[in-house]
Design a protein around this ligand. Structure first.
Ligand code: SF4
Ligand code: FES
Length: 248
């Protein structure tokens, strides 16, 4: 008999319904990723008991660990389904949706809270109009290299999932939306709005929600120096608050 992979998948028919586990078996193929395994189930949605069921729902887009859409908990660890190869996981694999985000259906989650947090911290550089502005300002090489590392964030949500301070009892926006302020504030054009961003980090759910557990930096698939960035911002927020206190 050919080698088989058992997938135990957490399923949920809708946002308000009770989750349940369903087991599927697929034939092993070398170098298959989790998305490939889910596609096998989609082509033939028959569970391990031989019952024809609704195909499993998940989200994906780039298929190269750039968009963050396929993030889920694989064998207990939050990561991307497109870059996780089953050869490294053993013959029994569990798939669950991340807990920090509401479930839409099965493994598809709603990451709106992250995008709302990016809006809150003004995670963009305002450009006045669409006309040619000429070449952008130059950045010092060491600053550019740090900014490049920060810019790799794909809003996957894994650092929020790993952070003990992001939970239903806390309004903390989480590591990625906090750290991203460093990216925009270090940009020569973006720094024009740095005070606005620091203000956004000062309020309820802002940087004081960080408990320095360091789980975020250990879990980030892109190796983003989240804790370094958050430490810089902590100083910047304190200076900003002191300056405001002096001038008010
Ligand atoms: S900082 Fe890393 S773990 Fe957090 S959302 Fe961005 S890419 Fe994902
Ligand atoms: S599909 Fe984009 S990160 Fe996996």
């Amino acid at each position: 008999m050919s080698r088989q992979i058992t997938l135990i998948i957490s399923r949920q028919d809708g946002p308000e319904t009770t989750p349940y586990k369903e087991t599927f078996k697929i034939d092993y193929r070398p170098n298959m990723n989790i998305i490939g395994a889910l596609m096998e189930i989609q082509r033939n949605p028959v569970n391990a008991e031989g019952k024809h069921v609704a195909p499993v729902v998940w989200e994906m887009s780039c298929l190269e660990e750039v968009c963050g859409a396929c993030s889920m908990i694989i064998n207990g660890k939050p990561r991307q389904a497109c870059s996780t190869i089953i050869d490294k996981l053993g013959d029994t694999i569990t798939l669950e949706p991340m807990n920090t985000f509401p479930v839409i259906r099965d493994l598809a989650i709603d990451r709106t809270r992250m995008f709302d947090s990016l809006k809150r911290v003004c995670a963009w550089i305002p450009i006045d109009g669409t006309y040619d502005l000429g070449p952008g300002p130059r950045m010092a090489e060491n600053k550019r290299q740090f900014a490049y590392e920060l810019s790799k964030c794909m809003t996957c949500g894994v650092c929020l999932e790993a952070c003990p301070n992001v939970n239903s009892g806390s309004s903390f926006i989480g590591p990625a939306p906090t750290s991203i302020v460093m990216l925009y504030n270090s940009h020569p054009t973006g720094e024009m709005n740095q005070e606005e961003r620091l203000d956004a980090l000062m309020g309820e759910g802002g940087i004081t929600g960080c408990g320095n557990s360091q789980n975020c930096v250990r879990s980030c698939p892109k190796g983003i120096p989240l804790t370094t960035s958050i430490a810089f911002l902590n100083q910047a927020v304190n200076k900003h608050a002191f300056k405001k206190w002096l001038t008010n």
